[in-house]
Structure formats: structure tokens, C-alpha cells
Design a protein around this ligand. Structure first.
Ligand SMILES: *Cc1c(COP(=O)(O)O)cnc(C)c1O
Length: 402
């Protein structure tokens, strides 16, 4: 038997309105995102952060349009990674608060960002040159920030010093020259974007990284000899997925950031700061629900075959950036918290052994027709999965608790 991950506390003692959700979606499989949880997350983060530190939503974590509309009024900005995401966000945000990061921005994407008034987080000198030329052709002043490839890294555990070769950002040693070019090209320099890592559950490491980020921004600002209007500190706050994982302490992160900002370099005294989070804001608000189509025995083990899997939820099958496959939090959806009665594997309908949502977990007995819930599924779910693979129907999505 293998352990299942921790069910988020908001769902652990709750009866899900399954019939209602399935009716609303039309059928299983589906993702349900509980906006009440997202709203509470944003409020908690707001209370924890020093006043004036902005909260940006990283859209790629979950770009479901109704979710974006609901989040927009509660955050200070949205960060996109493609023209497709930009288009979705333009519908719900004002230009001042949109930024566009990501390597390989095509000319048409740069143009769309300039037209929309979004800040482009430059990933390279070449991208800067193209942005200058496109802005000139359009007769517009582009808003440009420099994404810095920092000389440190936030890891799952701890912070490592030492820069790495990276497709993301401009090496810290070359940033000053690029900012000077932005100035001489007559573009509007918006500041720095410094993103050092993702999915960390190490509160101290996140604080250490933020301190290093503020220090780096100060150093670069001194070199440039100009205060950056905005420093985007990145995010990296993880959520518990697996047995033994413990949530980050955002209150402690906020206190530490407050101390860092109180003693920040003078050149940053008028600079605004923001954190940029995807997963932490929405991840635990989402549940993936799939119905048991078949129950079978093989080699002494029991398999529950459900109507969706890797095609909708690649991450839960352990195939999206995990080295060792471990179980997400799972439950029989109608009986969360009920006594376990058997050990089963939950597999999807795809003809590949990779399609396994839960490996040998203890659950109450489920029959054909029952629904299995996979928790912590609100980020990097539907949009991060190969939905066309094997041609099964697309997953449905609903937003509840708005
Ligand atoms: C993906 C991404 C994020 C969001 O990361 P999470 O782990 O979902 O919080 C933030 N900033 C940038 C630049 C990203 O690429």
C-alpha cells in the first residue's frame, strides 16, 4: 500500500454536492474549482503581506475564463505567458496590471502586448531589439521590464547560490547594459522580474530567496543608477500534494518580507513590489472528478478504471515534472473521510501504463458508477494535460462558490 496525499482541510470534513456539480458540468469527468477557497487564499495572503506589496496571478496555473473573471477584481495584476493568455486577460483586466513573461515571444505576440499596454518581461537582448522595432513601427512607447536570471535558485528544499544557464531571463551580469538600452531606445522601463523557482514548501527558503531578490534588485538598480518602478519578486509558494507535505507559512513569509523591505537599499525606497503566484492561489481549490467505469482484478490487485486520467490530469499521474511518482490526495467522492476497506489502484482509460491516478491506495469500497475525487487539482490540471491523446472527450470545468 502507498499513502495518499493530504486532503486540503477545506474539503476534508465536507460532503460534496456531487449530483449538483455533475449536473452543472453535464457529465464526468470534470474539474470543479471552489472560488470560496481562492477568495480566502487571496484574503489571507493580503493580510500576511506587508501593505503595498501587490499580488499578481500567474495565469498559466489555471486559465479557466470564469475563474480569471472572478480573480481579476481581487488581485493587483495578472501575468501571462502567451498571446493566447493575454487575450483572455485583456477581457478582465486593465492594461497597467498585465505583464507578459516567457521565452520565445513571437513578433505578433510582442505586438499584441504593446497594443494591449502590457508590460513585457524581456527574456533576452534579441527580444528587446524586436520590441523596440515593433514599437517604432506601431508608433507606441512599449512598457518593458527585464526578467533577471538570478544568481541563486529556489529549490523544493532550500535555496542554492550560483547562477545556472537558463532559457529564462537575462543573466544578472548583463542586465545593466540592457536596462540602459531600454532607456536610450525611449521605451518605458518598468523594472525587474525575478523568478527563482516554483513549488517550494520550505518557508525559510522562500524568505531567504525573497531577501536575495530584494538585494539583487538593489544591486542592479545601483548599477543602472535608476530606481525600478516595480520589482516582481516571483513566487514559488508550494502546496501539499503528497503524504508528509506541510503547507508554507505565509504569515511568516509576510513578516520576513516586511523586515527585508524596511531595510531595503535606499534606491528602492519608491519602488513597488509584487509577488506572482499561481499554484498557491488556486491549486487546493480544485477537484478532479472521474467516474468508475470498471472494477477489475488482476494479479491479486484491484483496479478501478475511471472515465478520465492522464489526458485531463497529467500531473496527478506523476508525468508533469515529478521524478518519483507519488499519490495525490484521493477519495471516493461521496465518502470523504470514510474508513478505508481495500487497497486499489485508480487508472484512467488510456492504453498506457502511465495512466495511473492513484497507485495502491486504501479507500472505502467503490463500485462501478461511484465517483473518485483527486484533490489539489486546481493548478496545472486541464490546461497542462494532453487532452487530444487517444481522443476521449474533453474534460468539463465548473466554477462554484462564486
Ligand atoms: C509559472 C510561473 C509562475 C507561477 O508559478 P507557481 O508555482 O504556479 O506559483 C510565476 N511566475 C512565472 C514567471 C512563471 O513562469
Amino acid at each position: 500500500m502507498k499513502a495518499s496525499g493530504p486532503i486540503p482541510p477545506e474539503f476534508a470534513a465536507r460532503e460534496l454536492p456531487l449530483a449538483e456539480w455533475i449536473a452543472q458540468a453535464g457529465s464526468t469527468p470534470l474539474y470543479a474549482y471552489d472560488f470560496g477557497i481562492v477568495r480566502a487564499r487571496i484574503a489571507r495572503l493580503r493580510a500576511a503581506l506587508p501593505s503595498g506589496v501587490g499580488i499578481h496571478y500567474a495565469v498559466k496555473a489555471n486559465p479557466y475564463a470564469p475563474l480569471l473573471s472572478a480573480i481579476a477584481p481581487l488581485v493587483d495584476g495578472m501575468d501571462v505567458a502567451s498571446a493566447g493568455e493575454l487575450e483572455k486577460v485583456t477581457a478582465v483586466m486593465t492594461s497597467k496590471s498585465m505583464s507578459f513573461a516567457g521565452p520565445g515571444k513571437r513578433d505578433a505576440e510582442i505586438e499584441a502586448a504593446i497594443v494591449a499596454g502590457a508590460t513585457i518581461n524581456l527574456e533576452s537582448e534579441g527580444e528587446a531589439s524586436r520590441a523596440f522595432a515593433i514599437a517604432e513601427r506601431l508608433g507606441k512607447v512599449p512598457r518593458l521590464a527585464v526578467r533577471v536570471n538570478p544568481d541563486f535558485e529556489l529549490r523544493g528544499s532550500g535555496m542554492r547560490m550560483g547562477g545556472r544557464a537558463s532559457p529564462f531571463g537575462v543573466d544578472a551580469s548583463r542586465v545593466t547594459a540592457l536596462v540602459k538600452r531600454i532607456g536610450s531606445a525611449g521605451a518605458e522601463w518598468r523594472g525587474f522580474h525575478i523568478f527563482a523557482g516554483s513549488q517550494s514548501l520550505d518557508t525559510a527558503a522562500i524568505s531567504e530567496t525573497q531577501a536575495a531578490t530584494v538585494a539583487l534588485a538593489g544591486r542592479l538598480a545601483e548599477e543602472v543608477d535608476s530606481p525600478p518602478p516595480l520589482v516582481n519578486l516571483g513566487g514559488g509558494f508550494g502546496i501539499p500534494y503528497f503524504a508528509g507535505d506541510v503547507s508554507v507559512n505565509v504569515e511568516a513569509i509576510g513578516r520576513s518580507l516586511g523586515q527585508q523591505l524596511d531595510r531595503r537599499p535606499t534606491i528602492l525606497s519608491a519602488t513597488r513590489f509584487a509577488v506572482e503566484l499561481g499554484r498557491w492561489l488556486v491549486g487546493e481549490a480544485g477537484i478532479y472528478l472521474a467516474r468508475v467505469v470498471d472494477r477489475k482484478e488482476s494479479g491479486g490487485e484491484t483496479f478501478l478504471v475511471v472515465d478520465g486520467g492522464l489526458n485531463h490530469h497529467l500531473a496527478a499521474t506523476g508525468n508533469f515534472g515529478t521524478v518519483v511518482r507519488r499519490n495525490y490526495p484521493v477519495a471516493v467522492a461521496g465518502r470523504i473521510g470514510a474508513e478505508a476497506e481495500e487497497v486499489v489502484s485508480v487508472v484512467g482509460p488510456l492504453c498506457t501504463p502511465l495512466d495511473r491516478l492513484a497507485d495502491r491506495v486504501a479507500l472505502p469500497r467503490a463500485e462501478v458508477g461511484d465517483v473518485i475525487a483527486v484533490f489539489a487539482s486546481g493548478a496545472y490540471g486541464a490546461s497542462a494535460s494532453p487532452s487530444a491523446f487517444l481522443g476521449h472527450p474533453a474534460v468539463r470545468e465548473i466554477l462554484v462558490g462564486v
